[in-house]
Design a protein around this ligand. Sequence first.
Ligand SMILES: Cc1cc2nc3c(=O)[nH]c(=O)nc-3n(C[C@H](O)[C@H](O)[C@H](O)COP(=O)(O)OP(=O)(O)OC[C@H]3O[C@@H](n4cnc5c(N)ncnc54)[C@H](O)[C@@H]3O)c2cc1C
Length: 493
Amino acid sequence: MDFKDFELIYDDNRIKIKDKSSIKTKLIEIVGNNNVSTKDIDILAYSKDSTLITFNWLLEGKISGLADFITWPETPEQISDILKLANQEKIPVIPFGEGSGVVGGAIPICGGIIVDMKKFNRIFGINDKDLTVTVETGTNGMNLERFLNKNGYTCGHIPQSLYTSSVGGWIAHRAAGQFSTKYGKIEDIILGMELVLPQGDIIKFKIIARASTGPQFDKLFIGGEGTLGIVTRATLKIWPFPEKRAFISYAFPSFEDSLEATRQIVRQHIFPAVIRIYDADETFRHFGNIEKAKDKVMVVFICEGIERLVDLEKLITRETCEKNNGVECGEEPVEHWFETRFKVTETSSTPTFKMVFDTIEIGFLWDKAADMYHSVIEATKNVKGVVLITAHVSHFYSNGVGFYFTFAGIPPKEKTNLEFYQEVWNTVIKTVEDSGGSFGHHHGVGINRSRWMPIEWGKSFDTMKDIKKLLDPNNILNPGKIFESLWKEIGEN
Ligand SMILES: Cc1cc2nc3c(=O)[nH]c(=O)nc-3n(C[C@H](O)[C@H](O)[C@H](O)COP(=O)(O)OP(=O)(O)OC[C@H]3O[C@@H](n4cnc5c(N)ncnc54)[C@H](O)[C@@H]3O)c2cc1C
């Protein structure tokens, strides 16, 4: 295949490598002949992740980013040697888990060497007393959860992308699973890790329940999105597989009522594993057949754990819903959610209808949550071409919530897909930032959101950039992500 026939979205930033064949020889010396590829088919396979606009680009014959080499190392030492070589030659290195990221984190926008983590797939076993499991970070999420379930445990981290994401991708993106309200997000679940720093040093953080030995340095690398280090091994918390699961659902007359009920539940220190509020439009979309939920706001709950506690949680959840005008809808809506929770047909089919579709998850404190929901919906509806803007709330804390907005539209004639996409994103993010929320709850920053980092972090973003410079003076580890924005240029195309 001749890539010259395609438009390369990120062409300007690509590092030109003078002597590709000598770099390839050196890479083969490090990882072996079978673990390096420069074949077009491989280069193309690693040109995008699951960022939705990249599907539109692909249908338009545009390629997001082209790497120069794909590698499949098997040990931290090999990764270290790749990074040392990359530093000598000033070639970017991009860690790659399973490419299910939705913000472009794994796209090789500056070219360079892809470090695919798939061969880091060993699960070292369970420590029952400590309730931990140690894994290599290329391990697929579903493989890990199946292994744990078979042995009577769960990790409690069940993202919708469980079948298509890796442990390393979860850590790199500060991921949040669907059962996070009880088990926590990945930063609550990880106890320790091993990683290779940008200049090749291999470091290990102690596996300990807690320590008071200085700042939480290890936390710096959770959410690093492959810019500060490549995580090779992690020890995660696990739990005995729940003895009982209770499915509960209530329909509320208004979004406000549903927020109030769930706020009161978590305020009582009751944390059902799953809580999901669907606004009226999403209730119609997912639960249109439930008569009691007609024109209402559906909330589904799953309480799980030991039987006696589950029964108590169920009782308090039900009482609190009923006190806040909830109408009981039984187990059926929750069974429906549970069976379809990994289905993403909507997402993958919209670009073929020439629609631009995406999801935006944001974080907010309780106080302004309802107002913020209405502001985002109203502002987005006013963008010309938007045909759908809906939301659900899927992550709950005693202090706030994580919202998940979904939009779809057909760009007006005067706008390209990308211009329309950007206008919707800008509208949502501006509304959120103006009201004091956070522009990303669990998908990370990647290429799209890095342009808002100075607004999100203020002056502390400069300090963050200093840390990046210190660890990675040649800026070889995943350039163009988090710390710098190359997105603006493509917006001007
Ligand atoms: C249908 C669908 C549903 C999703 N649902 C959820 C959800 O419920 N919750 C959620 O949090 N996310 C969700 N996501 C987003 C995505 O699945 C997560 O961000 C996931 O954690 C990415 O994992 P990955 O292995 O595919 O990483 P990739 O996409 O391959 O990489 C993501 C980032 O991590 C870096 N990286 C990968 N491995 C390593 C490593 N070992 N060390 C350092 N950096 C590394 C990459 O460089 C990149 O920046 C969903 C995505 C899709 C497509």
